[in-house]
Design a protein around this ligand. Structure first.
Ligand code: PMP
Length: 444
């Protein structure tokens, strides 16, 4: 493959943009390819190379790159009528109604402009609502580029994971291992009265894809109820992907107090949202006292893209379609891995998938390709990674060789970060999955 033009563009970018990119994960070594355009389930780079795309914008593109006519025309019409006004529009109400109608725990929604903004606002809301400062998060979770969750360390021994964040932020953040009921119970016993919220992804999607074991979220729900803390589900990745329009909370049968959204809910445009029971969401200004505001929030073009994407998905069985493709991919990978790399683990559910380059910390039969979380009935239950630490032991060097020289040269674009989820979209076909599986087979 020729990458001449991407190299040139990266050289130019390096002199005007830090690291040559606008989001850290895009700085693939030795250089990223620059995208010319999307085409269904593919992207085409500046040198004309075509890749099967399983990054899908890091999750927002449920429908792939070719938006259906109804979505495209809604976006174009909004853009043609002046992109935004600084005054409310009907389409914001319609999208909020769609979300409230489908997501079990949501009665009201505040739209913002990114997943980060959503989790920042949700944490502030929880602190304002409860009058407490501490939050509990999971080791290996990601909630965006925000001060309160960019922490490392364990339990109450946390410190900021980036320069530029005052120590005092980390003082209020307690980290716990995902899926460890005893650990979080002990944290609540000691600090329960100071905890404003437990903030968790329902499935860790940024660190290997880690599924909750049966009962874990129920434990979090019960602890929050017992101690008067809020349970916040960060559904920025899982929202309108896992569990279809009911999201992961619908799939798992858990009602969080607050949910954060991003990605799919904006149909490929910048978005975030905070939803929940009215009594809580109405603490946001101007209904309540917790300050929240934004020039671009509820942007009409974004709202139109999100609304028409979700309507289209609901009307056309898109979730069933992408979930079938996801299952085909995970089953195929499970066979390939069993054959060629039995030390690795296939993870994911619905339209999410990943191969993790470890089975360390795992025992028992092969791997969990099904997203199953049943302790009793799943034969490979023991082989699933249960928390961030299980995933941390992955073989980074071998992943790097698989990712760049092998898969990319085969024309398959995977998330460059070893641990971030990959996605199938409605634009992919069964043939695309077969092609990707062939590439994995060669590469592994
Ligand atoms: N929460 C989760 C679970 C995420 O996966 C992400 C981004 N991948 C964010 C929050 C932050 O979203 P954004 O990048 O839109 O700020």
């Amino acid at each position: 493959m020729n990458h001449e033009r991407s190299r040139e563009l990266y050289d130019r970018a390096l002199s005007v943009a830090p690291g040559g990119v606008n989001s850290s994960v895009r700085a693939i070594q030795p250089y990223p390819f620059f995208v010319e355009k999307g085409d269904g389930g593919h992207v085409i780079d500046a040198d004309g190379n075509r890749y099967l795309d399983f990054v899908m914008g890091y999750g927002p593109l449920l429908l792939g790159h070719d938006l259906p006519e109804q979505v495209q025309s809604a976006i174009q019409q909004r853009a043609a009528e002046g992109p935004m006004y600084g005054a409310p529009t009907e389409v914001e109400v319609e999208l909020a109604e769609f979300v409230a109608r489908h997501v079990p725990s949501v009665e009201m929604v505040r739209f913002v402009n990114s997943g980060t903004e959503a989790t920042v606002s949700a944490v502030r809301l929880a602190r304002g609502y409860t009058g407490r400062d501490k939050i509990v998060i999971m080791q290996g979770s990601y909630h965006g580029a925000q001060e309160s969750t960019l922490v490392e360390g364990e339990g109450t021994h946390t410190s900021p994971s980036s320069p530029g964040i005052p120590e005092s932020f980390a003082e209020h953040t307690i980290t716990v291992p995902f899926n460890d009921e005893e650990y979080v119970e002990a944290v609540f016993e000691e600090h329960g009265d100071e905890i404003a919220a437990v903030l968790t992804e329902p499935i860790l999607g940024n660190h290997g894809i880690v599924h909750p074991v049966e009962g874990y979220h129920d434990t979090l729900r019960d602890l929050c109820d017992d101690y008067g803390s809020l349970l916040i589900f960060d559904e920025v990745i899982t929202g309108f992907r896992v569990g279809g329009p009911q999201c992961a909370q619908g799939k798992f049968g858990i009602e969080p107090d607050v949910t954060t959204f991003g990605k799919i809910v904006g149909g490929g445009f910048p978005v975030g949202a905070i939803g929940g029971r009215s009594e809580i969401i109405e603490q946001f200004t101007p209904a309540g006292e917790v300050f929240q505001s934004g020039t671009f929030s509820g942007h009409p073009v974004t709202m139109a893209a999100g609304l028409e994407t979700l309507r289209y998905a609901a009307e056309n069985d898109v979730w069933a379609q992408v979930n079938d493709l996801g299952a085909q991919m995970r089953e195929g990978l499970t066979d390939i891995v069993a054959n060629r790399a039995p030390e690795y683990t296939v993870v994911g559910s619905d339209s999410m998938f990943k191969v993790i380059f470890t089975r360390d910390g795992a025992s028992g039969e092969n791997h969990c390709g099904s997203g199953c979380r049943q302790r009793e009935s799943c034969p490979s239950y023991d082989a699933c990674p249960k928390n961030g630490a299980d995933v941390d032991r992955a073989e980074t060097e071998r992943w790097e060789r698989l990712f760049w020289p092998a898969m990319k040269e085969e024309g398959v674009f995977l998330t460059p970060n070893q641990f971030e989820s990959q996605f199938v979209s409605a634009a992919h076909t069964e043939e695309d999955i077969e092609e990707a599986l062939e590439a994995y087979k060669e590469a592994l």
